[in-house]
Design a protein around this ligand. Structure first.
Ligand SMILES: *Cc1c(COP(=O)(O)O)cnc(C)c1O
Length: 387
């Protein structure tokens, strides 16, 4: 049996995979079983921030693996402590809880908000408000937070205590707050899975003011937008808002599983002994990887992200078959005349790996993709979109 046949037979059928078996890669180029090469414009959905098998990243990981690959959270390890310190120094947050994925980072954020609200405003203050068209994960609670009905079907009952409003609709939030006590509002600054849609800046600012005035925890889900992806370390930094809780994962450890929930001053003391935990969370190898990644997301790298983003926006805006270009930094969505899946399939043929998000083609190249490779990918993408 080929690997594709074996996978189809034995792996749960949750993924509609493309008929490509990737065996290796370097930087922004990946190679399949037949030796065909592809320019990687998806990065494992924004995970391999500095590309595949990056040398510096590998050195950080192998050095840590040679010392200790895992310790229970009953003991201290250096990478975990130093990473938490770095995240706090660079965001102004006060405490970090480590987990293994975006959904878990959001679960923790929700637990922090629920406990803060229960202690401060009573047990009936638990509602978490999210935005329609959002995506917050696949666990039953983060599905409840995800404001897209089609993810909910077949899995009810979901965790109660969630409500959703449209991005931009402050009135809906104010009306909701008159009917029930609100513990938290959770947003993405750019809705990634929802179609690469930045939320309006004025809305984010008014939301923050409303949360502050009513002692509601503001959670920003930076799972997809975080760690340099949008041109700042976290996307909220471009929105002029200060969240109470920030969750992140995807690109944080450059390709190893690591989630982080950063907790600001207001709720910094909410989590106490036994309130939450994770066996693998804060794994020293994953944290060493993240320390290496974070140390490279400096002003120069972020300027590069912005320059590459500007270049892509310029090239795609007004190109044949592309009706809209959305996004921020190196999280870019193309609204196309041809159906997005058709374009992505054709690009596999042409040697470029892209993603979709709703009806868009979604592009998330490595933060350090060489300009020549980016230009080659852009040409092929423009050709595939042209009608
Ligand atoms: C991918 C994603 C998640 C879920 O992350 P997992 O690691 O798959 O659990 C949550 N929120 C956002 C915004 C995401 O893009």
């Amino acid at each position: 049996m080929s690997i594709i046949e074996t996978d189809k037979k034995y792996v749960a059928g949750t993924y509609n995979r493309f008929p490509v078996e990737i065996v290796s890669g370097k930087g922004s180029v990946v190679t399949d079983i037949d030796g065909k090469q592809y320019i990687d414009m998806g990065c494992g959905i924004g995970v391999t921030a500095f590309g595949i098998a990056d040398d510096e990243w590998q050195r950080a990981i192998t050095a840590q693996i040679g010392k200790v690959q895992h310790m229970s959270n009953l003991y201290y390890t250096e990478p975990c402590a130093l990473l938490a310190e770095q995240l706090c120094l660079r965001t102004g947050m006060k405490k970090v809880f480590f987990s293994n994925s975006g959904a878990e980072a959001n679960e923790c954020a929700i637990k922090v908000a629920r406990k803060y609200a229960a202690e401060k405003h009573g047990a009936d203050c638990y509602t978490v408000v999210t935005l329609n068209n959002s995506f917050h994960g696949r666990t039953l609670t983060t599905l409840a937070a995800t404001g897209q009905e089609h993810y909910h079907e077949l899995f009810r009952p979901l965790t109660p205590g969630f409500a959703s409003i449209d991005a931009g609709d402050m009135d809906a939030l104010v009306q909701l707050a008159e009917r029930e006590k609100i513990a938290a509002v959770m947003i993405e600054c750019v809705q990634g899975e929802g179609g690469v849609l930045p939320i309006p800046r004025e809305f984010a600012v008014r939301l923050e003011q409303f949360c502050r005035a009513n002692d509601i925890i503001l959670i920003v889900d930076e799972v997809q937008t975080g760690n340099g992806r949008t041109g700042t370390l976290y996307s909220y930094m471009q929105y002029g808002i200060t969240p109470d809780v920030v969750s992140t994962a995807k690109g944080l450890a450059g390709g190893l599983p690591l989630g982080a929930t950063m907790i600001g001053e207001k709720a910094q003391d909410v989590l106490g002994f036994g309130d939450h935990g994770s066996t693998f969370g804060g794994n020293p190898v994953c944290c060493a990887a993240a320390l290496s990644i974070l140390s490279r997301i400096d002003d120069e790298l972020l300027a590069g992200v912005k320059a590459k983003s500007d270049y892509m926006m310029r090239e795609f805006t007004g190109a044949a078959g592309i009706t809209a270009v959305t996004g921020l930094g190196l999280l870019i969505g193309l609204k196309t005349v041809k159906p997005a899946p058709e374009i992505v399939s054709r690009l596999i043929n042409d040697g470029v790996l892209c993603l979709t998000a709703k009806d868009k083609v979604r592009l998330m190249p490595a933060l350090n993709i060489p300009d020549e490779l980016l230009a080659a990918a852009v040409e092929k993408i423009k050709a595939a979109c042209a009608v």
